[in-house]
Design a protein around this ligand. Structure first.
Ligand SMILES: Cc1cc2nc3c(=O)[nH]c(=O)nc-3n(C[C@H](O)[C@H](O)[C@H](O)COP(=O)(O)OP(=O)(O)OC[C@H]3O[C@@H](n4cnc5c(N)ncnc54)[C@H](O)[C@@H]3O)c2cc1C
Length: 432
């Protein structure tokens, strides 16, 4: 029997991973999710070695490998066919790789694992938590479950409700703003025109960026391999993308001028407008990003993790990995601060900030630095990037540092985490 009971708000990557790791420690968890069903919408994403280390720790890596697509590196090409980005995981270590995954597959492997702790993890779907209050002995949550008012007390609260969280303590928030650029994305049958083990990007200045990510399969159609396509745009233009049939022709011509083989493949998978002359609205969806910086991630009985704590542009492909690392670090900090059914909260957050503080700061700094070089109206940004990156990739030290950064294993400017330290099972692992 356990008496500790945590509330986790948000059943995204951070929330479900946290629920599993708390349950592994015999802690009761109520997982609140405002969506009525677990049906994640979103572009495919790339799990980096750091995220895969957490998967190994969770015992779900083998399941993820069956659905995901192995990715050996990232290649970003310029119109003159030179490689702007040329990062391969083997530059960090021969055993490293990334995994392209559909969001529903990522959710599926996490939720299936959570299912094996059904005695400890209580799902509350259609449950929107609207506020909480904290006292010395508990945190009280208030919200709506299936339209009915709800209120209950818990020993601890983990806020994992994504970039637009209104629950994160405002006093801890230093920055919370929308990025001026976002992306259109769609998922199509696997790209046969390009190496299927590479995340391909195509750049022209800072105004054109196209990405093609191997995305693996979804659980209901394991034989159909998929790719995600990303097209960068200023957010005010997102709703106007490919509205008319001539837009599609112009778009394909524009790409064909620089990368003809890519345009030929796109023409085969991006459909013609429907009979009303409008592109099928379901085919392309919009993604907008936020930049969230907090002065701290936890205090007393309340913590904030995942995008709710450090949303950033997906340029470095780290968001889901950081969410997984947060969940892992939180569980390690609980081990450090727990004596039987008592938690020393001060010790817990001190340990957590040691684990996640400098790594999160490093990735947020880098993300804010490089995002305008890829997505902005600045006339000089693309040129500066092409010049500096070209030079950087010629120096072996920087080449390795770039690969390490992409791997998600940097814990600061000059320090790194070890895959095995994250992946190793610990004494709480019930090997279910
Ligand atoms: C276009 C794009 C591409 C990306 N590519 C990558 C990539 O390649 N690699 C990578 O690592 N990351 C990538 N990311 C980032 C990644 O998707 C996020 O960082 C990650 O999903 C964050 O997970 P999370 O659990 O913190 O939040 P979320 O996944 O946003 O989950 C939050 C959950 O909380 C629920 N919720 C919200 N409010 C409430 C409430 N009040 N009560 C109850 N429930 C609530 C929501 O419904 C949601 O299910 C990308 C993001 C975008 C937009």
């Amino acid at each position: 029997m356990t008496s500790l009971h945590f509330a986790v708000v948000g059943a995204g990557t951070a929330g479900i991973a946290t629920a599993i790791l708390l349950a592994k420690r015999n802690i009761q968890v109520t997982l609140f999710e405002k969506a009525p069903t677990l049906d994640p919408v979103g572009a495919g994403l790339l799990l980096q070695p750091a995220g895969l280390a957490v998967f190994e720790h969770l015992g779900i890596l083998d399941d993820a490998l069956k659905l995901g697509a192995r990715v050996n590196g990232l290649e970003g090409r310029l119109p003159n066919q030179q490689l702007l980005v040329n990062s391969h995981y083997h530059q960090v270590g021969a055993e490293y790789y990334g995994l392209g995954m559909h969001r529903s597959s990522l959710c599926h492997v996490l939720a299936s694992k959570a299912q094996s702790y059904s005695d400890l993890i209580h799902w509350q779907m259609d449950a929107e938590i609207q506020s909480y209050s904290e006292s010395k002995h508990e945190v009280r949550l208030k919200g709506l479950i299936s339209g009915q008012t709800y209120e209950a007390g818990f020993d601890g609260l983990i806020i994992a409700n994504g970039a637009r969280s209104t629950l994160r303590p405002q006093a801890w928030v230093k920055v919370d703003q929308a990025y001026p650029w976002g992306a259109k994305w769609t998922i199509v049958p696997e790209c046969s025109a390009l190496d299927p083990e590479i995340l391909h990007q195509f750049h022209q200045g800072s105004k054109l960026m196209l990405g093609i990510l191997p995305t693996g399969a979804i659980p209901s159609q394991p034989e159909q391999r998929l790719s995600s396509i990303f097209w960068s745009m200023p957010t005010p233009l997102l709703d106007h993308f490919l509205r008319r049939s001539q837009d599609r022709v112009q778009w394909l011509n524009h790409i064909a001028n620089q990368w003809p083989e890519v345009a030929t493949w796109l023409a085969s998978v991006i459909h013609q407008p429907n009979e009303h002359g409008v592109m099928q609205s379901r085919q392309w969806l919009s993604a907008q990003y936020r930049d969230v910086v907090m002065s701290k991630f936890g205090q007393a009985r309340v913590g904030v993790i995942g995008d709710a704590a450090h949303a950033m542009s997906p340029q470095l492909g780290q968001g889901a990995n950081m969410a997984l690392l947060d969940a892992w670090a939180l569980s390690q900090s609980i081990d450090f601060a727990r004596r039987h059914e008592q938690i020393d909260w001060g010790k817990l957050w001190q340990h957590y900030h040691q684990q996640r503080g400098s790594s999160t700061r490093f990735y947020q700094f880098l993300s804010r630095l490089i995002t305008p070089l890829y997505q902005s109206d600045l006339w000089w940004a693309g040129g500066l990037r092409d010049l500096s990156f070209g030079w950087m990739y010629k120096v072996p030290y920087f080449r390795k540092e770039m690969a390490l950064t992409v791997s998600g294993l940097k814990s600061g400017m000059f320090t790194q985490m070890q895959y095995q330290d994250i992946a190793r099972s610990d004494r709480h692992d019930l090997s279910t």
